[in-house]
Design a protein around this ligand. Structure first.
Ligand code: ARG
Length: 459
């Protein structure tokens, strides 16, 4: 046999670079806390069910608790020789309490152990994601409330379409993040399941108590099928998938921030705290953080495709391929939480150039629909109204005038249906005010959205 933990049936040592290639300790040590927690719950169960004598179990419990203290103090060192976090900790326990440590792995396999660690790890971090998301929502709502009456051009195809409320624009993102929260909350259900006790794949002959360990670890439920328990990584996929959608939302928002703080738009200005300068051009104030968040969406999408591909075609139950599930997950967590926090700070501190936004709606043709609707409401078929206004827009683009610059006498020539009140309809403010359909940009409707959001968020 060799000196590996599993070396019994081996006569020769593995090639040296096999160890390095196969080891996961460089990254799975992030789950050290969870591994100790899982082991403690397991050994307490072994004691309670009398699978282990109390004296042995107590020694193991004491040893694990000491390891917890040493881990918290940063005193543990891990080695590649022991491959992964599970065997590293078991070997540290053996150093501490001797061969009795070998009893800890009774009725357990690394397969249900690693799955348990991963569930615990994600379960512990999901609340932080949800909190960061709701902080962002609060910032959005606060800003939206302040800007219900701020008018800006609404875009389709990045062309001026119809004027809207900036508060309405912000609340669109509120809705996206609300769905993100729903998705992560749903993900919590699949994460909050305990695989421990599935052992290698088939369960165990020992009279274990799975409910006991699940309770110890504060899991809401248990996996029903042992094969599923050790091979399921759907909860990780869901998390990265939800994170991908979240990053896509942030990235769209960032793209608009980047555009809008450009000289050409000049709708917003980022605070100094969330901007960076250039090493050569003294005038520069760059939206680096928005660009980075937009850029980081790429790596999260990559992790999603990576894990989907790893899982595709994997036969049941455990395969070493599954060791590839961790780095993408860890990196996703490490990326989305700061992205959310930085984005929230950036949004909170940016200032809005209300005049520039509103001005942009007054020197364009984003009131063309108003004129067409005006004619349609007076009985002209909408298609005809559309054509008439289209011709006026064409003429306006040629001679540099807008619809509100056309004298009433000219309007009358186009249609006797037009009277003096048209000039009010052509104002951006009127156009926004009048969009009172449910969920529309009408100021009252936006105020309702904001109120409902505040009630949801209890602010
Ligand atoms: N380091 C392994 C992983 O992350 C732990 C499980 C190993 N199980 C096994 N049968 N080799 O997947």
């Amino acid at each position: 046999s060799t000196d590996k933990l599993w070396g019994g049936r081996f006569t020769a040592e593995g090639a040296q670079w096999i160890d390095t290639f196969g080891a996961s300790i460089s990254f799975d040590q992030l789950m050290a806390d969870e591994d100790l927690e899982g082991s403690l719950a397991h050994v307490k169960m072994l004691k309670k069910t009398k699978i282990l004598p109390a004296t042995d179990a107590d020694q193991i419990i004491k040893g694990l608790q000491e390891l917890q203290t040493e881990l918290a103090a940063g005193q543990l060192t891990f080695s590649i020789k022991n491959e992964d976090i599970h065997m590293n900790l078991e070997s540290l326990l053996t150093q501490k309490i001797g061969p009795v440590a070998g009893k800890l792995h009774t009725a357990r396999s690394r397969n249900d152990q690693v799955a348990t660690d991963l569930h615990l790890y994600l379960k512990h971090r999901l609340p932080e994601v949800l909190t960061a998301l709701s902080q962002l929502q609060k910032t959005i709502v606060k800003k939206a409330e302040k800007h219900i009456y701020t008018i800006m051009p609404g875009y389709t195809h990045l062309q001026h379409a119809q004027p809207i409320s900036y508060g309405h624009y912000l609340m669109a993102y509120y809705q996206m993040f609300k769905r993100d929260i729903e998705r992560f909350t749903f993900n919590q259900q699949h994460t909050d399941l305990c695989p421990l006790g599935a052992a290698a794949l088939a369960g165990t002959t020992f009279p274990i108590d799975r409910q006991f360990t699940a309770n110890e670890l504060q899991f809401k439920g248990l996996y029903t099928n042992s094969l599923d328990a050790v091979s399921d990584r759907d909860f990780v996929l869901e998390f990265i998938s939800n994170s991908s959608i979240l990053m896509m939302h942030l990235s769209r928002f960032c793209e608009e921030i980047i555009l809008w703080c450009s000289y050409e738009f000049n709708y917003i200005e980022l605070s100094d705290e969330y901007s960076t300068g250039s090493s050569i051009m003294p005038q520069k104030k760059n939206p680096d953080m928005a660009e980075l968040i937009r850029g980081k969406s790429g790596r999260i999408f990559g992790h999603l495709l990576g894990l989907l591909t790893t899982l595709k075609g994997l036969p049941l139950a455990y395969n070493k391929d599954l060791q590839e599930d961790k780095e993408g997950l860890f990196d996703t967590i490490k990326t989305i939480i700061p992205s959310l926090k930085i984005f929230t700070g950036m949004l909170d501190t940016l200032s809005v150039n209300e005049d520039k936004m509103e001005h942009a709606t007054e020197h364009d043709f984003s009131n063309a629909t108003e004129l067409a609707d005006y004619l349609a409401s007076k009985g002209l078929p909408f298609r005809q109204a559309h054509a008439v206004v289209g011709k006026l827009v064409l003429k306006g683009t040629q001679d540099g005038t807008n619809l509100q610059d056309i004298p009433l006498t000219e309007f009358k020539k186009i249609s006797p249906l037009i009277t003096e009140d048209i000039y009010d309809d052509l104002k951006a403010k009127t156009a926004v005010t009048r969009r009172t359909s449910a969920g529309g940009t009408g100021f009252d409707e936006v105020a309702k959205q904001v109120q409902a959001a505040k009630a949801d968020l209890k602010i």
